[in-house]
Design a protein around this ligand. Structure first.
Ligand code: FAD
Length: 649
């Protein structure tokens, strides 16, 4: 809190150092992180937590933690990433709890495995939280400046084409590049193009792109994205939009928080409205004045501009969410209206939507195009394969979204620190985390358009739930990675042991169906089920809550009331998770099983994607274990392969 109060003062201490490199030459850093966006801040904090002397260099200190586009965090698939970053002691979950002004769990009608914790954020509070956390992180120094060049050694004669990064005119062991949308960035509004990484910010210098492409021989590509105009709130007639209230009990993102900073009754609403045929007409009439939309560069498919939505789905009415930008902000963020036409046409367009008939634009929407590095050139530790010590994270790897950036940043930062401190790098598998799925997808498949996370990308999503991120990742984060504090670790052990004790107590309640019926008369217990049921079996019934069981058996269960919801979810998913676990164990047991060398992978009558068939056909792994370790081969594909070979033996 004190640090938060002192922020302006501390900012002045960290005043511009574009000449700063000279000021810092006396100091040796283990890890240098370039860029203070969502990837860079998590990377720097994680590297410092692992024990590395870390330097974060970013263009503007006061934009550290800035939300370039939407004022929100989490959602379906993305909320899982936030929970996992938090389980590894990252920042974004706690920042979301501090800055959230409208919390809701998306996808509630589906099972808890695919619920999407999401919050609308106050931009300023989010930024303040991230900055104060970084300022109070031991071993972390921040300076303002733009990195123009990477220093690398000549290729290693024993490994042609392999370099080692040595710094940015400072001595260092590892560098994490997190340049976001800034690498050779260009901004687009109407027919005007200008250099920039984000409105008001210069792009990353061409020298950096040059080092990556020409000096290190890395393949790069170009992607684009865009943002909506910000609307003056008082100029919008919100009575013409549908009110959307937050959850009455906000659910914090962070395992460490029992409640959010914003009180339930202080939360702000969002509003839903729809486009009209007039919107489509304005888009079509202005296409020739809109350079960004005319480019071939790929944009975010799942967060498309209004131009792309109208052109892909003509004649439809599209949702537009009017979202608050902060507690004291007088602006609204119209989610779904990202656009790049000239500002006067943007005004015409928004005025075609009933609540915005008289709306005023505060800042016009714009597009950005930027370079990314094809991520198949990275290892699963997010290290450039051909350049020892160089790690990349975030939008530079072709992803889109704060959560994807934060997740990669944390992992790259932790690994950069480990590498600098002569410890082996660590990996996360697809079976233990969404972060593992994200990284595996990037490094083994690459990207052709901005990549975002979905729950459908995770084969074992019933095990990789938001509610159990702490159980899956915190012990590994502490014991193997070193990025988790001892306080969080101890608390996670307490929770894990209590959950285990509660599950044991539930399994020990072993009663006949008729006894259960007497104990819980309101629950329609099926007679066709086994005549003996445990408390855990019963908790799998839709109508049975842990609270009901605890009131029937207070002596064995009442001490576990704080875990009521977790235990219910644990019970519902137990059969799926046991099956997943058995499959994973079976793959490990059958590691040495031979795969026939004459197998025709293209005609195998099992469920394998074309991509997987192509990899198996090309590499022809001799054993199941070898197939498991191939980049691009998912655990689900290995299970299908294993089943096929066993049946045909
Ligand atoms: P950023 O948040 O971009 O941060 C990069 C940081 O690196 C900045 O602080 C910059 O100053 C610094 N930096 C760059 N180069 C250097 C250098 N050479 N030296 C020192 N510092 C440097 N995401 C979505 O999910 N959906 C969307 O629709 C969407 N639309 C967007 C529209 C726009 C116009 C922009 C700008 C972004 C949009 N985003 C969207 C993307 C979202 O902002 C990013 O995914 C996320 O911010 C990426 O985080 P990052 O850490 O990789 O990079």
């Amino acid at each position: 809190h004190m640090l938060r109060k002192k922020l302006p003062f501390l900012h002045s201490l960290l005043s511009p150092v574009s000449r700063h490199v000279g000021h810092l030459t006396g100091h040796q850093y283990d890890v240098i992180v370039v860029g203070g966006g969502h990837a860079g801040t998590e990377a720097a904090a994680a590297a410092a937590r692992v024990g590395a002397e870390t330097l974060l260099i970013t263009q503007k200190i006061h934009t550290i933690g800035a939300l370039s586009c939407n004022p929100s965090l989490g959602g379906v698939g993305k909320g899982q990433l936030v929970k996992e970053v938090d389980a590894l002691d990252g920042l974004c979950g706690r920042a979301g709890d501090w800055a959230g002004i409208h919390f809701s769990i998306l996808n509630r009608r589906k099972g808890p495995a695919v619920w999407g914790p999401r919050a609308q954020l106050d931009r300023q509070r989010y930024r303040d939280f991230i900055q104060s956390e970084l300022l109070s992180t031991p071993r972390l120094t921040m300076v303002e400046g733009s990195v123009e060049e990477l220093l690398v050694t000549e290729p290693n004669p024993e490994e042609p084409g392999h370099h080692r990064v040595t710094g940015i005119r400072l001595g260092t062991q590892s560098v994490v590049l997190t340049t976001g949308t800034f690498l050779s960035g260009s901004l687009f509004v109407g027919q005007t193009t200008s250099p920039g990484g984000r409105i008001g910010d210069a792009p990353s210098s061409a020298g950096l792109s040059h080092t990556l492409r020409e000096r290190l021989g890395l393949r790069t590509g170009r992607l684009r994205t865009g943002t909506p105009p910000r609307i003056v709130k008082d100029s919008v007639d919100l009575s013409l939009a549908k009110l959307h209230l937050p959850d009455s009990h906000p659910t914090p993102f962070s395992f460490l928080n029992t409640h959010t900073h914003c009180k339930p009754e202080e939360q702000l609403p969002c509003y839903l409205t729809f486009t009209t045929p007039g919107v489509e007409r304005v888009v079509r009439e202005s296409l020739q004045l809109n350079c960004h939309i005319q480019q071939d560069t790929k944009g975010p498919r799942y967060c498309p501009s209004i131009e792309s939505r109208v052109l892909r789905f003509p004649g439809r009415s599209h949702q537009v969410w009017l979202e608050p930008e902060g507690v004291t902000s007088d602006l609204l963020y119209p989610q779904g209206l990202s656009m790049t036409m000239p500002p006067d046409i943007q005004l015409r367009l928004i005025r075609e939507i009933p609540p915005m008939r008289r709306a005023e634009i505060h800042t016009p929407g714009y597009g950005v195009q930027y370079d990314f590095v094809c991520p198949t050139q990275l290892s699963p530790a997010l290290q450039v394969k051909s350049t020892q010590g160089l790690f990349l994270a975030g939008q530079i790897n072709g992803t889109t979204g704060y959560e994807e950036a934060a997740a990669q940043g944390l992992w790259a930062g932790a690994n950069a620190a480990r590498s600098a401190l002569s410890m082996p790098t660590v990996t996360l598998s697809r079976t233990e985390s969404y972060i593992g799925v994200l990284i595996d997808d990037l490094v083994s498949r690459g990207v052709t358009e901005p990549y975002r996370m979905f729950t459908s990308r995770a084969e074992f999503r019933t095990s990789l739930r938001p509610d159990n991120a702490d159980l899956r990742l915190t012990p590994k984060g502490f014991e193997e990675v070193g990025c988790v504090s001892s306080v969080r670790y101890q608390e996670s052990l307490r929770v894990r042991n209590s959950l285990q004790d509660a599950l044991t107590a539930l399994q020990a309640l072993f009663l006949s169906t008729s006894s259960w019926k007497k104990k819980l008369p309101s629950v329609p217990i099926s007679e066709t089920k086994s005549t003996l049921l445990t408390g855990l079996d019963l908790l799998q019934y839709n109508d049975v809550t842990f609270e009901m069981l605890a009131s029937a058996f207070p002596e064995s269960l009442s001490s576990f009331m704080e875990f009521a919801q977790r235990l219910k979810i644990e019970a519902v998913y137990k059969p799926h998770c046991d099956l997943n676990k058995k499959e994973i164990e079976r793959i490990q047991r059958e590691e040495n099983m031979s795969l026939p060398q004459d197998i025709d992978y293209f005609s195998l009558p099992v469920s394998l994607s074309d991509e997987v068939r192509e990899i198996l056909d090309r590499v022809r792994p001799s054993t199941l274990g070898a197939a498991t370790r191939l980049e691009g081969i998912t655990p689900a594909a290995v299970v299908n392969l294993l089943n096929y070979v066993r049946v045909t033996e």
